[in-house]
Design a protein around this ligand. Structure first.
Ligand code: ADP
Ligand code: MG
Length: 253
């Protein structure tokens, strides 16, 4: 092979190997392995009940694995608490936005700034230049710089989703995990979210669970298709879309 054709081998940031979790004998995730690189957006797709959300629960420590390992930048996550996993640089967004509806956009971002420990404590600290600059930067990234003083509860559904992404971004995670981030968004908001994700990937890794195939196509570097707790197929969007096993599972539903 000529030098021109050789892509430099990237280090895996996240290695999931033989991951299994059993709920009363039912294996929601069953001997699952996959690897994510730096700067990569990985999308996990699969029918309802395939185990996608459970994989994120396992990575962020909300659910404890029955077997297998999850290593992130060389650290074994399955032995760590949720808090330690956040500290290791992993941010996770759940399906429904969990923002403080009564606070402004600015305050929501401020309390998410890594120095804050409690809502009250965070609001009490001095709004120094560093915090304000970080909030401005993130607000620009999530299309909310014109809405900093707006009460978060008054934002549109899509803007709330972006705010929650911003609340993770301000913590500068190395791995960002998003569960169905464009559910309920307009077509225009979906496009903007794809642009946002493509922009923020530099220097980090992103795992997204999504059903919207146009959105998946707009963001995915690689796609992992899950079925019954296992990997059914993996590769480029084009490759998995043309995989007869994938077609069968989707047509079968
Ligand atoms: P997906 O996100 O792919 O739709 P989930 O990961 O939410 O699927 O769920 C996979 C399966 O595991 C489902 O059958 C679900 O009912 C089951 N499951 C998920 N979490 C739990 C739990 N904490 N206890 C028992 N069963 C669970
Ligand atoms: Mg789910």
């Amino acid at each position: 092979m000529s030098v021109m054709n050789q892509t430099p081998k990237k280090e895996f940031v996240l290695a999931v190997e033989g991951l299994t979790v059993s709920f009363d004998g039912f294996k929601a995730v069953n001997d699952l392995s996959f690897y994510v690189e730096e700067d990569e957006i990985r999308v996990i797709i699969g029918p309802n009940g395939a185990g996608k959300t459970t994989v994120l629960d396992l990575i962020c420590g909300k659910t404890k694995a029955t077997g297998g390992s999850i290593t992130f930048r060389g650290k074994e996550l399955t032995k760590m608490s949720e808090h330690e996993i956040v500290h290791a640089g992993i941010g996770r967004k759940f399906q429904n936005p969990s923002i403080y509806e009564d606070l402004t956009v600015f305050e929501n971002l401020e309390i998410s700034f890594p120095r804050g420990h409690s809502v009250l404590g965070a609001l009490a600290f001095k709004r120094d230049a560093e915090v304000i600059a970080a909030i401005q930067e993130v607000a620009d990234e999530i299309f909310l710089s014109e809405h900093l003083n707006k009460t978060a509860g008054l934002l549109s559904h899509g803007q709330k989703q972006w705010l929650e992404i911003g609340m993770l971004l301000i913590q500068k995670p190395d791995l960002l995990m998003l569960d169905e981030p464009v559910a309920g968004m307009s077509v225009a908001e979906r496009k903007q979210t794809a642009e946002l994700l493509n922009r923020i990937t530099k220097g980090r890794s992103v795992i997204v669970i999504e059903h919207d195939m146009q959105f998946v196509e707009d963001i995915a570097h690689r796609v992992t298709v899950m079925h019954q707790g296992k990997t059914l197929s993996e590769g480029s969007m084009e490759r998995v879309q043309n995989d007869p096993k994938v077609i069968e599972v989707y047509l079968g539903h």
